[in-house]
Design a protein around this ligand. Sequence first.
Ligand code: SF4
Ligand code: SF4
Length: 161
Amino acid sequence: MTAGGEQALRSCGDCTACCQGWLRSELLDMRPGKPCRHCSAQGCAIYAERPQDPCIDFTCAWLHPESGLPEDMRPDRCGAIVKWRSRWRGWETVSALPVGEKIPDATLRRLVDYARERQQPIIFLQHEVEDGEFTGSRHLATGTPAFIAQAKNGLRTEDVW
Ligand code: SF4
Ligand code: SF4
């Protein structure tokens, strides 16, 4: 996906992580293990007619320099897509999706530090794979004790804060 129109945004460059199924779309029938059928080696085959949602509307946090995510945290390089300005039950959160089965440990540690610096909880997804098939996903989360107390009712919380 290329986010156009806003000069302040970074460029996706060679990254196509959100077209590879790591961002879900019912409209495009893409999900983990099933990339968008329009994604080709030359880029998006229907670029001029690509749908508004998610193709034009979605910009990951890395595209926004004000996110503070460094260059090497581009999703295809670090293994995680961080959503831009995510919220959960009134909390501003860092929300991350894996590019692949799981967010690599080193990237997850950096994202937890990133969330702590901002005093925001982090919610992240990890997929389950059996015999090469994506069979399910689960949301994990961590944050301050106040967040954990609230999140326990809806998310599995991890003690990695
Ligand atoms: S994940 Fe971000 S950088 Fe990568 S293609 Fe999507 S919007 Fe662009
Ligand atoms: S339609 Fe194009 S921009 Fe949208 S997900 Fe598919 S390949 Fe990416």
